[in-house]
Every structure is written in C-alpha cells, then in structure tokens.
Write a protein that binds this ligand. Structure first.
Ligand SMILES: [Zn+2]
Length: 311
C-alpha cells in the first residue's frame, strides 16, 4: 500500500493536531476548586495571589465604584449563592448592601460566622475609633475607620489570615496555599522595605483628602491630614466646606489635594484652582489606574504619584 506525498502530509497534520489536543487536555488545570466572591478589588486581588488557579474569583465591584454605595443587584445575589467563600472588607463598609446579598442568596456556607465568610477588618489594628457614636457626624463607624487596605502592613496581616482560611475550607490543596502565602509574604515584605525607604521624604507632608479613606495610608507614611473635601465622612463636598478650605489653604497651604479613582474630581479641582495646590488622583485600589494592575502596582503607583507631588 502506497501513499501519495499529499496523503502523507495530511496524516502528519492529523497526528500533529492529535498530539496538540492531547497536550491541551492533559495539561489543563483541574477545575478551579473554589468559587470566591470578593466585595472589593483589593481583596479579590489578594485572594488571587494566595489561591492562584485554585480559585475562580468574582469581583463584585471595581475601582471606579464607591464601595459604601453598591446596589444589591440580582446578578450579585446569584454570585453569592454559588460562592464557597465570601471575602469582604467588613467594619461596616458594606453595611448598605452585603447583608442583603447574604440574606437573599440563602447560601449557608458563606453566612457570617461560618468558615466561608471572611472579613479583612478583623485582622488589623484600627484607626479613628469614635469616642461617642453620633450619626450627626456623618458615616461614623463604631468599630473604627474601615478603609484598612491602604496600609501595606495590613495587607500582610490579612494575607496571613486569608491564607489560613483558604486551607481550612479547602484542605486538599493546603500545600498550594501554604506555598503561595509564603511566596507572597516574602515578596511583599521586600517591597514594603523598599516602599518605606522611597516614602521617607513624604513624612509630614500636609495633604487634603476627599473622604477619610486615606487615613491608614497617612498613618503609615506619616503624612499630615490638613482637611477633607467632605464636611463629614460620607457627606459630599458642599460650597461652604470648599470656601472654608480655600481660606484655610491660604493661611496654611497643603502640598496636594488627593482624591480616589471612584470620587468625582470636581471638588478637588475647584480647591486646586482656588488655592493653587495640585489635585492628585490616587488609584485607591487595584484597577484604579493602569499601573495599579495588582496589589504591588497599587502601592508603587500611589507612592510615585505622591512623590511627584512632593517635589
Ligand atoms: Zn468610608
């Protein structure tokens, strides 16, 4: 039996395709072990660092959304219903929407108190704990300021706790979680040292913030909060607050007015023009700027933006 040249070529092609297909099938990762529902981009990104392909992470919000004010949409409820693990900030940040999602989803695995419910806030030291709870003072959080993630030391604390949680709910893959957590923390601590050196010139720099969502960053770098565009936390900037700030900046100018990617930039621009201090957008979380594509990028970009304003 003889084959023509083109028949041989065809058979070769078929064989090559077969081998390629087999390689794809055999090399395919096992089905992602965990369905993770992450409330905010920073905690989704951290879960991804620690779980790799062992988790399929759904991000409930983006950097351009205000995490205090999210609508409990049916699509979010459906995601909570099929989740093995819910990773959120806690500390009241999601008080307006997460409890509703959890009740509507009716997924016993991820209810508060169960291993499938993880809140980062529990694992860090808190700032701004109010002495008196007075709601007339705006969005007052009785447990302290919830915006913990802009201190990279808190990211390390939460990473340790989240790593433990992953191996508890998915013990089959414990070795993977241990190895990934160790690798992440080693790289994170090296970066932290570098960032603290780079950030040293920022010590004492007066900044105006939009909302009290930069307090942990301010505390970490030793910046000075010289005012906020919101008259009270969670109350949008008002003309009288802005006028008062313009006056104050004339007496005691801040170096920069910062706002987060999810804030409306107009109030910051207004103050910037009137008081002649630069307005600076900070990514605030993963995805807030092109450079903040992961947690490392978030802090690198935040530092480089602040350093350029400090000059
Ligand atoms: Zn807030």
């Amino acid at each position: 039996m003889a084959f023509t040249n083109s028949e041989v070529m065809n058979m070769k092609n078929i064989l090559v395709s077969f081998i390629a297909l087999a390689a794809v099938v055999l090399g395919m990762p096992a089905r992602a072990a965990l369905n993770v529902f992450a409330c905010e981009p920073e905690w989704g990104a951290l879960t991804q660092e620690l779980a790799g392909e062992r988790a399929s992470v759904y991000y409930a919000t983006t950097a351009l959304q205000d995490p205090h004010r999210i609508e409990a949409r049916p699509s979010l409820i459906a995601r909570v219903r099929t989740a093995d693990l819910v990773v959120c900030n806690g500390g009241d940040l999601e008080a307006a929407w997460l409890p509703l999602l959890l009740t509507q989803a009716g997924n016993a695995k991820v209810q508060p108190g169960s291993p499938g419910f993880f809140e980062a806030f529990q694992f860090v030291p808190k700032l701004d704990i109010p002495k008196v709870i007075d709601r007339s003072q705006g969005d007052i959080h009785p447990g302290g300021n919830p915006h913990i993630h802009m201190d990279p030391r808190n990211i390390a604390r939460v990473a340790e706790a989240l790593g433990e949680r992953l191996l508890r709910i998915d013990p089959v893959n414990a070795d993977t979680y241990r190895a990934r957590a160790a690798s992440f923390l080693e790289r994170w601590r090296a970066a932290l040292q570098r960032w603290e050196q780079q950030g040293a010139p920022l010590k004492g720099m007066p900044i105006v913030v939009y909302h009290k969502d930069m307090s942990y960053l301010i505390n970490w770098l030793g910046l000075r909060e010289a005012g906020s565009l919101e008259p009270k936390p969670g109350i949008p900037p008002t003309p009288s607050q802005l006028a008062e700030l313009v006056q104050r900046m004339q007496r005691e100018p801040a170096k920069v007015v910062v706002y987060s990617a999810y804030n409306d930039p107009r109030a910051a621009q207004f103050l910037s023009e009137r008081a002649r201090i630069p307005a600076l957008m900070l990514p605030f979380t993963v995805g807030g700027t092109a450079a903040a594509k992961d947690l490392f990028g978030l802090f690198e970009d935040t530092l480089s933006r602040l350093l350029s304003a400090a000059k």
